[in-house]
Ligand binder design. Structure first.
Ligand code: BGC
Length: 722
């Protein structure tokens, strides 16, 4: 049992909006053989031992709902100990600021920065000691004068630490404490400043050339008391002016006071989503080499790579990787910049397969799904965001279905049955919830987001044109189907759900298919029916309905719900050429439209910047939302043709079925799976013939489908000429 459970929760004796403090403890520590610091906070912290920063975790301890779970970290601090040791834990509100009346329905966790810690010491003479947090710890003011997860940070180099008093002990649950479970958040890349821009109105703006999540690190030597003020933005507007009206309530600013010495500073307890910074106040000559953009993210191992002969598609893929990186910050977030940055469940289910190909996300998603288990409501439903914020909400189809889709996807990619077993009860309770609120096997009249942000010219509703009940019924079927698959994989009885799925399907077909057509005539309605096997005898007709609609509009009209499946569905039914038309399209609406407009991450809207250069609006316009990036699933799975087989997860069986297109000369993709590296490449030679290269891991069974033929592949490299 870790000693941290013996410690007392302590908090600051003073309160204040955005207050950041140092909890300190000084003790004798001669002849130490080994020392370990276990610590966590309600808020975010940086730990220092004798003035040296401990570990590399940024924004520790990450974000969980403190009512249920809180990760603590253990650091080996042996090397930092002296005869007398000072431990200081600088702590700010971090995500805890969101648990307040102004943002959510208040919850019962501590509102001011609070920590709990233990220091386990073993001495050379064999004795040991444990220093625990209690009211003997002191609380000092911090150089971080104000800290807010959305508003930014105020830092004063001239500040002299002032003792606020002793820490205040308080009673709070300790059974919420768990060892670090997810990936640590780390600084993962440092980018140089690319350009100093003086805007038409005279603003001084630095462009880092890439939108990131993180912060700026600058070097400065101002006079004692000189002030710096920096704002963050994702875009310039059509006049070339600095723009961040889309951050809504998030001020996202740095206010910094110089002390006359040369200093290197970066914010300690907050982060921003940005590509540009505006120097509102800067007290010396602007030298680009004094500015770096530091990208922070959960420390995920990159596993997926893709390139092809089309530079714009390569840029799209790069944007997808960046939006993935930028929005995997301990939890999967919708966006990193405005006053949101929340674990929206719908976005995560849409993107989880792409993410699991791009990166090893097993640990990351496991932690988030374990968060979800604790947040499942008594009736089996879920909050819209995990960690939940106590909103008064009814579950939305396609959002709450994450509870089945994400665990099943993890199983397909990583093949871990134990994990699936752990998540199965949650999956089942969700399907049971929908079953309990459905009428004659149809989920009607719920409160749903719909095909969020679709692009049907006929509607301006965010929820799109597709009937929300139809979406709900379709996802009821899909989740039930996946639950059956999961139950079969782990060997539990699913006979009730086999009965249920048959009923849902026939109820769906009866209600939504008339005269060979989906009654709600949208692309998303057709796609869902096809993807989830809800067409009955009218599969071909509904494929035609979909294809006709794409031809009629000349483009996709899909939103968050339909977009991830549209290209895979077209490919599945032999319309690979149309799928290529859509992905290669550069005119609005399309994926490459944003690339042509200079995007460096994927956008929330197809038209976050409109054709005339105007912004979509200030209300809800993120330039860093990963949902539409789910198209990478098709890039890996169809362009390169690397497919996961549902009957042999974790790439134990691989079907390579690359789809070539005359507009593309080569495609190369690889996935460093748990089973080994998988690679698929095709290249058109000068004679017009295509050469395929496949790399198959030792323990995989693999086949290639080329020109209608099935070819058994062997482990290692396989080269096949058309
Ligand atoms: C978020 C989305 C989310 C949605 C719910 C938005 O504000 O940014 O990505 O899924 O709300 O519809």
């Amino acid at each position: 049992m870790k000693t941290i459970y013996n410690a007392r929760w302590i908090k600051t004796p003073v309160s204040g909006d955005g207050i950041s403090v140092q909890f300190t403890k000084c003790f004798d520590s001669r002849n130490v053989r080994r020392a370990t610091l276990n610590v966590t906070a309600m808020g975010v912290y940086n730990a220092f031992v004798n003035g040296r920063r401990v570990g590399k975790y940024v924004l520790a301890p990450g974000w969980t709902d403190y009512r249920h779970r809180l990760q603590y970290q253990s650091y080996d601090i042996t090397e930092l100990m002296k005869n007398e040791t000072v431990v200081a834990i600088s702590t700010a509100p971090g995500w805890n600021a969101l648990y307040r009346k102004d943002f959510c329905d208040d919850v019962d966790c501590e509102k001011e920065p609070a920590i709990i810690a233990s220091i386990d010491i073993k001495y050379s003479d064999g004795s040991s000691e444990c220093v625990l947090t209690d009211s003997s710890w002191s609380v000092y003011s911090d150089a971080v004068v104000y800290s807010h997860i959305y508003n930014g940070e105020t830092f004063d180099e001239t500040a002299v630490p002032e003792k606020f008093g002793n820490a205040v002990e308080f009673d709070y649950k300790k059974n919420i404490l768990i060892p670090q479970q997810g990936e640590e958040i780390r600084e993962i890349q440092t980018l140089d400043a690319k350009k100093l821009i003086i805007t038409p109105s005279g603003d001084k703006v630095i462009d880092f050339g890439q939108e990131i999540t993180g912060y700026v690190r600058f070097k400065i030597k101002g006079e004692h008391g000189d002030k710096v003020k920096i704002l963050h933005g994702e875009m310039l507007d059509k006049n070339g002016e600095f723009y961040n009206a889309n951050y809504r309530g998030a001020k996202a600013e740095i206010n910094y006071t110089c002390d006359g010495k040369t200093r290197v500073y970066n914010p300690q307890h907050t982060f921003f989503g940005f590509r540009y910074i505006k120097l509102c106040d800067w007290c010396e000559e602007i030298r680009l080499e004094n500015f770096k953009a530091v990208a922070v993210s959960s420390d995920l191992r990159r596993t997926g790579y893709f390139e092809c002969s089309d530079a714009k598609l390569n840029k799209l893929f790069s944007n997808i990787i960046w939006s993935n990186t930028d929005n995997f910050l301990d939890i999967p977030t919708d966006c990193p910049q405005r006053d949101e940055r929340l674990g929206w469940t719908g976005d995560a289910q849409v993107f989880c397969k792409t993410a699991a190909l791009n990166f090893d996300t097993k640990k990351f998603f496991t932690k988030w799904l374990d968060d979800a288990i604790t947040e499942q409501k008594e009736d089996g439903s879920f909050p819209h965001v995990i960690p939940g914020l106590n909103w008064d909400e009814k579950p939305s189809a396609a959002w709450a279905d994450f509870a089945v889709i994400v665990p099943w996807t993890l199983y397909l990619v990583y093949g871990d049955k134990e994990l699936l077993k752990r998540h199965y009860p949650m999956m089942k309770r969700w399907v049971d919830y929908v079953d309990s609120v459905s009428t004659n096997h149809l989920w009607l009249g719920g409160e749903h987001f719909g095909d969020w942000l679709d692009f049907s010219p006929e509607t301006t509703e965010c929820g799109g044109k597709t009937d929300k009940d139809l979406i709900a019924c379709a996802f009821f079927a899909y989740s039930t189907e996946l639950l059956i698959n999961a139950g079969n994989a782990i060997g539990v009885d699913v006979s009730y759900y086999e009965y249920l799925i048959a009923e849902i399907k026939s109820a769906f077909i009866k209600k939504y298919i008339k005269d060979g057509r989906i009654v709600c005539d949208t692309q998303t309605a057709c796609i869902l029916a096809l993807k989830f096997g809800l067409c009955g005898l009218d599969e071909e007709n509904i494929v035609k309905q979909l294809v006709d609609s794409i031809k009629e509009y000349g483009h996709m009209t899909t939103g968050f719900v339909g977009t991830p499946y549209i290209l895979p569905i077209l490919s599945r039914y032999g319309y690979s050429k149309i799928a290529y038309d859509l992905i290669l399209r550069t005119k609005f609406p399309s994926w490459l439209y944003s690339v042509e407009k200079g995007a460096t991450t994927t956008w929330e809207h197809w038209d976050s910047i409109k054709e005339n250069g105007d912004m979509w609006s200030t209300d809800m316009n993120s330039f860093n939302h990963y949902a539409y990036g789910a198209v990478a699933e098709w890039m890996y799975g169809n362009m390169a043709g690397i497919n996961i087989c549902e009957d042999a997860p974790a790439f134990k069986k691989i079907i390579f079925s690359p789809e070539t297109d005359e507009r593309i000369n080569y495609v190369k993709a690889s996935v460093d799976s748990q089973n080994g590296v998988i690679l698929s490449e095709w290249r058109r030679g000068s004679d017009g013939r295509i050469t395929y290269t496949f790399i198959v891991p030792e323990n995989s069974e693999a086949y290639a489908y080329i020109g209608g033929k099935e070819i058994k592949l062997s482990a290692g490299e396989n080269i096949i000429k058309e």
